[in-house]
Ligand binder design. Structure first.
Ligand code: ZN
Length: 484
C-alpha cells in the first residue's frame, strides 16, 4: 500500500536543502518511494491512500541521541541542582538522588518520556539506562525507532564527578556486561528492525580501564554502537586527572575506546586537544543543548564538527522536547561565537535529524529522499506564531513549538495522527506518572530526612512501601496498541 501526502510543503533535509512547495511524498512500506510536485506523484501513484497536506509541512523526524526516559521523575527538581563548576567536587549530578522505582513504576515513567518525545516530533531515540529489560517491551510498543543502550560501570561508593579514590567492584562491571549481552540477545532487531541494542559505559570516571577495554571489545563482538557520557561536568575532569593523570578524552583515546560508532554525550568541559582527538576518531557527539544551558555549560560544537565529529542532538534529563533542543542549540552556539548568523537554522535542523540518525547507525534516515527511511513528521501551519511561513526551516527552528507537531510516522507507520498518539493510552500514562511520582518522592523524603525538599515542592501523600506501589499497578496492565 502506498501512502501519498499531497499538496504540502516538504522539507527534505538533504545536502542541497531542497524544499518542495506544492509538493508530495510517496511512502511504500517503510521507505520513501518518491518526492516531487503533487501533480506528478498523484499521476504516478493513482491508487495511493491520500493524506491531505494542506496547511501542513512535512519535515524529517528528530533523532534524540541521548536521553534517560526514567528521569522524567526528576522534572522540576534536578534542573536547578547542578553540581558546582569549581572544587571541592563531591560526586553526583544532584544533591538529592533519584528515588528508587519498582520495574512497573520505571516503565510508566519511560512511557511518559516516550509520549513527550513523540509529541515533539521525535522519531528515533537513544535511551541510555540500566535494567532496560524492565521496560523494553513498552518501548517496542511505542512505535519509536530506538537504540537501547544498556549501561555498565564498576566504580562503587560514589557517583560521577568525584575525585576521591577509585574503588572498583569487578562483579558490578561484569553484571553490566551480562545485562548488555542479555538485552542484545533478546531485543536487538525487534520491532521489525526498529530496535537496536547498544553498549553503554557510564562515564570515564565511573569505569576502570579494564572495564572500558572489555566494553570496547564487546562493542566489536556484537557489531553495534557504543555510548558514554564524556567531559560532562568539571568534577569528572578532576576525577579522571586524579585517577589517571589524563584528561577524560585522552584517557579514552589511550585505551582505544574511541571510534566512529561511539556516541559521546555532552563534551562540554573539554580542552581543544580533546576535541581534536574526538574528531580524529570520527566520534559522534550528542549536543544536549537544553540541559547544557540549564547547567550553565556549553560545548564548542562548531569546533568539534570542524575537527571531524558528527554532531547529533539530545535532550538528556527531564525534558524530551527536541523542538526546544534544536532552537536552544542554535541560540547557545550563536551566543558563544558572538555570531548573529551562524549556525544557520538549516545546520541546527541537520544536527537534530540527520546527524542523529547517522550517530545511531541509520545513515538512511533523518532526511527525506527516495529510498530513505519513512520517518517523518507533519506540523500544522495554521498557527499565529508560524505565519507567515516564508522560510520553512528558519520559521520552524526559530518559532516552532512541540505542539505544532500533528502527525508522526516511523518506519512507514503512523504513531501519531491528527495530534493523537496511536500507540499509547496517553491519559492513563500521564495520570499514573503523577501517582508514581507522588509515591516515589514521598518514600524518598520519609526514609531520608537528611534530604531537604527544594523550595516550592508540592505537598506529598503519606509514604507507602515500594511493595504497595507494585501491587497497585500489577504488570500486565499494559494497553493494547491502537491504530494501524
Ligand atoms: Zn545523560
Amino acid at each position: 500500500m502506498t501512502i501519498l501526502i499531497r499538496d504540502t510543503i516538504v522539507v527534505t533535509g538533504d545536502d542541497a536543502g531542497t524544499i518542495h512547495f506544492q509538493g508530495a511524498v510517496a511512502i511504500e512500506g517503510n521507505r520513501i518511494a518518491a518526492l516531487g510536485p503533487t501533480e506528478e506523484l498523484a499521476a504516478r501513484y493513482p491508487k495511493a491512500e491520500l493524506v491531505d497536506g494542506r496547511n501542513r509541512a512535512v519535515f524529517p523526524g528528530f533523532a534524540n541521541i541521548h536521553t534517560h526516559f526514567v528521569m522524567t521523575l526528576a522534572r522540576g527538581v534536578f534542573e536547578d541542582l547542578s553540581p558546582p563548576h569549581e572544587p571541592p567536587f563531591c560526586g553526583g549530578l544532584s544533591p538529592i538522588p533519584l528515588p528508587p522505582l519498582s520495574p512497573r513504576e520505571q516503565a510508566v515513567m519511560c512511557q511518559l518520556g516516550a509520549l513527550e518525545a513523540i509529541r515533539s516530533g521525535t522519531t528515533a531515540v537513544l535511551e541510555d539506562a540500566s535494567h532496560i529489560e524492565n521496560y523494553a517491551q513498552e518501548m517496542v510498543d511505542t512505535g519509536l525507532r530506538m537504540v537501547l543502550a544498556e549501561r555498565s560501570w564498576d566504580r562503587i561508593g560514589t557517583s560521577i564527578g568525584d575525585p576521591a579514590e577509585f574503588r572498583r567492584d569487578p562483579k558490578l562491571g561484569q553484571a553490566g556486561i551480562d545485562r548488555i549481552v542479555k538485552l542484545h540477545a533478546r531485543w536487538h532487531g525487534a520491532g521489525e528492525g526498529r530496535i537496536r541494542v547498544s553498549v553503554a559505559a557510564w562515564a570515564p570516571d565511573m569505569c576502570s580501564p579494564e572495564l572500558l577495554r572489555e566494553l570496547s571489545a564487546l562493542q566489536k563482538r556484537l557489531d553495534t554502537t557504543c555510548t558514554i557520557h564524556l567531559n560532562q561536568i568539571w568534577g569528572e575532569v578532576a576525577a579522571v586527572q586524579a585517577h589517571h593523570n589524563m584528561l577524560p578524552t585522552e584517557f579514552l583515546a589511550d585505551l582505544g575506546f574511541l571510534n566512529e560508532r561511539v556516541v559521546a554525550a555532552h563534551c562540554r568541559c573539554m580542552e581543544p586537544l580533546e576535541e581534536k582527538l574526538l574528531g580524529k576518531a570520527r566520534v559522534n557527539v550528542a549536543f544536549n543543548s537544553a540541559i547544557a544551558a540549564r547547567r550553565g555549560l556549553s560545548p564548542r560544537v562548531c569546533e568539534m564538527e570542524q575537527a571531524g565529529c558528527n554532531i547529533g542532538m539530545g535532550t538528556d534529563n527531564m525534558s524530551e522536547d527536541m523542538v526546544e533542543v534544536a532552537r536552544t542549540g542554535l541560540f547557545m552556539e550563536r551566543v558563544r561565537r558572538k555570531d548573529g548568523r551562524n549556525p544557520t537554522p538549516e545546520e541546527a535542523l541537520r544536527w537534530a535529524t540527520r546527524g542523529g540518525y547517522k550517530a545511531m547507525g541509520w545513515e538512511d534516515g533523518g532526511h527525506l529522499a527516495p529510498g530513505s527511511l519513512a520517518d517523518l513528521i507533519m506540523i500544522r501551519l495554521d498557527r499565529a506564531h508560524l505565519a507567515p511561513f516564508l522560510r520553512p526551516v528558519s520559521v520552524f527552528i526559530h518559532q516552532g513549538q512541540a505542539a505544532d507537531v500533528s502527525d508522526v510516522m516511523v518506519d512507514g507507520r503512523w504513531i501519531m495522527r491528527d495530534a493523537r498518539v496511536l500507540t499509547m493510552d496517553e491519559a492513563r500514562i500521564v495520570r499514573e506518572a503523577e501517582e508514581v511520582s507522588d509515591r516515589a518522592w514521598a518514600r524518598l523524603f520519609a526514609e531520608n530526612p537528611q534530604y531537604e525538599k527544594p523550595a516550592g515542592f508540592r505537598p506529598l501523600p503519606p509514604a507507602m512501601g515500594a511493595g504497595d506501589a507494585v501491587a497497585m499497578h500489577p504488570v500486565g496492565g499494559r494497553p493494547a496498541p491502537v491504530g494501524p
